[in-house]
Design a protein around this ligand. Structure first.
Ligand SMILES: Cc1ncc(COP(=O)(O)O)c(C=O)c1O
Length: 357
């Protein structure tokens, strides 16, 4: 096995940030730790692997990322366990998905060993920043941007990869009110919907604001062609529970993000004895299922929010209520099981956890 050379820059004690005072009030994504991991791509290879002080990035105004959107990112978490370990959840899946996003955006892949070793080393150095209370984590944001100055439309020849850490309070699962978007779509077949690239998220902001103003929490996206089949929600995949059969959008299409939480939840609920069907559900059928009482629960899955119950869908001027106050039993059960594995409260038969310390 080759040993990676990571240059670790000293930060004078006086330049270290004060730690947060309360884990209760950390919020999400607001605090950043003292250091970041960076690597540069030039002349066809990744080099300059460094852990250095968290600081602004200075780029030429013509850097490709500013104009032609060569940006990709990941989102993952580190969990502090009762035994004093730091757990990562399936980090190799994030590294693999990062490289799929890179391929789609004509960006260079990064050796998963650079990604994973850089992340682990950064977490070890920053271990005092990992919050210890239940419901708190370190949110991890790996990202890559095209940095070469170039106004002509072409792929950058130079890139920056970086990983930053944000001690965060997990969102508590409130019950979500969804707004079904028929006018705007998020992704089309052949597009870049499965890549975690900035443009997909920028394109969702307008309708997100329409939904918020109308009193809804998140947008439920429909497919681009028929404006009928459910795709995903904001930064989450979606599940619908019809007693012991559970449906979720298939990932064969390239229009949704292939969620790592989604894949794990499918495994968990199959092991609970449910049948999981990876099939596209039409919104009119879902509405009928709600009206007839056949659709008993729905939940979203994603790293940032974990598993979130869905209370209602607003579609064509009518609000369809699935649950009002009481979270469904499968939603609760699968959410507890996933968090217990992530925080190391129970054994991990799936070998999903990678222990850092
Ligand atoms: C659009 C979108 N869908 C789904 C997900 C859920 O993916 P994961 O469970 O890997 O966080 C994410 C988050 O990465 C996302 O951005």
């Amino acid at each position: 096995m080759k040993v990676l050379q990571i240059n670790i820059e000293e930060i004078p004690e006086s330049e270290l940030k004060p730690k947060y005072e309360s884990e209760e009030n950390m919020g999400f994504g607001q605090i950043k730790t003292d250091r970041m991991f960076t690597a540069s791509y030039r002349d066809g290879t990744w080099k300059d692997l460094t852990i250095k002080k968290y600081a602004p990035i200075i780029l030429d105004p013509t850097a490709v990322c500013f104009h032609y959107g060569q940006t990709i990112f990941e989102g993952q978490k580190a969990f502090w366990t009762q035994e004093g370990h730091i757990n990562l959840f399936r980090p190799e899946k994030n590294a693999a998905r990062f490289n799929l996003s890179a391929q789609r955006m004509m960006m260079p892949e990064i050796d998963p060993e650079i990604y994973l070793t850089g992340l682990k080393e950064l977490l070890i150095i920053e271990k005092d920043w990992v919050p210890k209370s239940k419901g708190s984590t370190v949110y991890i944001r790996p990202a890559m941007i095209g940095t070469e100055p170039c106004l002509g439309l072409r792929a950058s020849n130079e890139y920056l990869f970086f990983i930053i850490l944000s001690p965060s309070r997990s969102y508590f699962p409130e019950i979500l009110k969804l707004y079904v978007s028929e006018q705007y779509i998020r992704a089309a077949p052949g597009g870049m919907g499965s890549a975690k690239t900035g443009g997909n998220y920028a394109g969702s902001l307008l309708v997100g604001q329409v939904a918020k103003k109308a009193g809804f929490d998140q947008v439920l996206w429909l497919d681009a062609i028929h404006r009928r089949y459910v795709e995903e929600v904001g930064a989450m995949n979606i599940f619908f529970v019809y007693n012991d059969v559970v449906y979720t959008t298939p990932i064969e299409s390239d229009t949704i993000v292939h969620g790592i939480t989604r894949e794990s939840v499918i495994q968990l609920i199959q092991d609970f004895g449910y049948t999981v069907k990876e099939e596209s559900l039409a919104i009119d059928k879902i509405v009928r299922g709600i009206k007839e009482g056949a659709l008993v629960e729905s939940f979203g899955t994603g790293t940032a929010a974990s598993i979130v119950p869905i209370g209602s869908l607003f579609y064509r001027g009518e609000n369809h209520i699935i649950i009002e106050f009481k979270v469904g039993s499968l939603t609760k059960k699968v959410s507890k099981k996933l968090l217990d594995i992530q925080y190391g409260n129970i054994p991990d038969p799936y070998k999903w956890i990678v222990r850092v310390i």
